[in-house]
Design a binder for this molecule. Structure first.
Ligand code: NAD
Length: 494
């Protein structure tokens, strides 16, 4: 059996005294194992990253940018190879895995513009003969801790900008699908990144604890579930580290009576069941406004009847399995409990039969869901869509704003005024107008509100440059051959 180890200082590393199983979710087989880093191994990776920092910090911006141009080429040319790795451990269908790679490439393209991104500001003659300018300098060694659901894209959300800004990195990917991170680190190396700038340690809580406890980690980027995000935020900030911790979601898609109902139904199916609902921007609640609810529910029901669910490597499959057996059982428990909570089970995916031991479930559609029900309040993170019926736009907004999560949302309408009002009213970080999964393009930043993000910095894009740099402001006067004067007063610029 293959053991996935760590990648430290540009080479495979790590003891295998403690290992964790890595499953192929389509077969249920533990086909690989991953080494779980000990505290000492994480400390070693941090020491290597710290040692690599002075030279990387001092490297020219053009040389750094070159790495990203080459990396972009490697990712584009070898997308299929990387997608296959993702599918073998995550289970998502190959086209979806390739889509994730292409969205990650956006972060690499953004980072390639680092010469422009790292420009400071300058003001001439703030006082007679005095100029002021600012520069952006790296924060130091950065920890990147990532979830299972995007094993390529989410690491790239963090490491592309962190490295571009002159930091060095220790990445701790999800232990459920760790191979893609090792592949990425080797691709960076091939693209010319010096050894030690990007290190990968595999493992679980022990590895994360070691990162949080190290005084040599200056900043922490985390993406994962809300309870862990909240605890990482509290621990890292209490230790004086810079931290951004993105958490879970319950994304509402509001459909107004004037919307294109057919188009909205198709969009809801794609956004709710794509990647088996294991996307932080998946639509998990559909808010039907007015008397369109029956048509909308029927439009969704008729479309999901024939969805092809199967092994992600089969080009005919539209949806793959869930990540683990335990997660599949947890998702199914929400569906089996929904009727007792008062919801109408329109389609019960738990009844669908699958051959073999893969972690498959069918897609489920629940109607007449209301606040207070577990299927409404909790992030299920599976192929389950809950429909809430409301009478008005005002009720819809109230519902969305009352939810504890605020990651993404969408409104489907033909009325520009309603769309504009929704953008103004809604307390959610990312909004789609007739766009169901509004993941911002790489030149903007990504982040939710409320329990979907802890910290004040969104991830990737312009906010990441701010997060991964410290600004320094320099005030300069050069001798101008006028006689020097002593003045004990507070310096004034007038
Ligand atoms: P998770 O919270 O279980 O794990 C995330 C990371 O934290 C992993 O690297 C894991 O090893 C580590 N971890 C887990 N338990 C830990 C603990 N007790 N102490 C320290 N570290 C721990 O999340 P997951 O199941 O891998 O991913 C799914 C979750 O991620 C969902 O909630 C989803 O909404 C969220 N997510 C959010 C975004 C976003 O941008 N907001 C993006 C992707 C995924």
């Amino acid at each position: 059996m293959t053991t996935i180890r760590h990648f430290i200082g540009g080479a495979d590393a790590g003891e295998t005294t403690r290992t964790l199983p890595v499953y192929n979710p389509a077969t249920g087989e533990a086909h690989r194992e991953v080494a779980a880093a000990s505290t000492a191994e994480v400390e070693q990776a941090i020491a290597v990253a710290k040692a690599a920092l002075p030279a990387w910090r001092a490297s020219s911006l053009i040389k750094r940018a070159d790495v990203f141009f080459r990396l972009r080429q490697i990712l584009a040319e070898r997308t299929d190879e990387l997608a296959a790795i993702v599918t073998s451990e995550h289970g998502k269908v190959l086209s979806d895995a390739a889509g994730e790679v292409s969205r990650g490439i956006e972060n690499v393209e953004f980072a390639a513009g680092l010469v422009h991104l790292l420009k400071g500001e300058r003001a001439e003659q703030v006082s007679r003969g005095v100029d002021v300018h600012s520069v952006k300098q790296p924060v130091g060694v950065v920890a990147a801790i990532t979830p299972f659901n995007f094993p390529v894209m989410v690491p790239l959300w963090m490491i592309a900008s962190a490295i571009a800004c002159g930091n060095t990195v220790v990445l701790k990917p999800s232990e459920k699908d760790p191979s893609a991170a090792i592949w990425l680190a080797k691709a960076f190396q091939e693209a010319g990144l010096p050894d030690g700038v990007l290190n990968v340690v595999n493992g679980d809580k022990e590895a994360v604890d070691a990162l949080l406890e190290s005084p040599d980690i200056a900043a922490v980027s985390f993406v994962g579930s809300t309870p862990i995000a909240q605890s990482i935020y509290q621990r890292a900030s209490a230790a004086g580290k810079r931290v951004q911790a993105l958490g879970g979601a319950k994304n509402h898609m509001v459909v107004m009576p004037d919307a294109d109902i057919d188009g909205a139904a198709a969009a809801a199916v794609s956004a709710a069941y794509g990647s088996a609902g294991e996307r932080c921007m998946a639509v998990s609640v559909l808010v039907a406004v007015g008397d369109i609810a029956d048509d909308l529910v029927e439009g969704i029901r008729s479309r999901i009847a024939d969805l092809r669910i199967g092994d992600g490597t089969d080009p005919a499959s539209e949806m793959g399995p869930l990540i683990t057996r335990e997660h599949r059982d947890r998702v199914e428990s929400y569906v089996t409990g929904a009727a007792a909570e008062g919801a109408t089970v329109v389609v019960d995916g738990t009844q669908k039969a699958f051959e073999g031991d893969g972690f498959f479930t069918g897609v489920s559609l629940l109607d007449n869901v209301r606040p207070g029900m577990k299927v409404y309040e909790d992030e299920i993170f599976g192929p389950v869509l809950a429909v809430v019926r409301v009478d008005s736009y005002a009720e819809a907004v109230e519902l969305v704003n009352a939810h504890t999560f605020g990651n993404g949302t969408a409104i489907f309408t033909r009325d520009g005024g309603t769309a504009r009002q929704y953008e103004f009213d809604v307390e959610v970080g990312m909004v789609g107008i007739n766009v169901p999964i509004p993941v911002p393009v790489g030149a903007f930043s990504f982040g939710g509100w409320k329990k979907s993000l802890f910290g004040d910095s969104h991830i990737y894009g312009p906010e990441s440059i701010h997060f991964y740099t410290r600004s320094k402001v320099v005030t300069t006067r050069w001798p101008d051959h006028t006689p020097a004067q002593v003045d004990l007063g507070f310096p004034s610029n007038h």
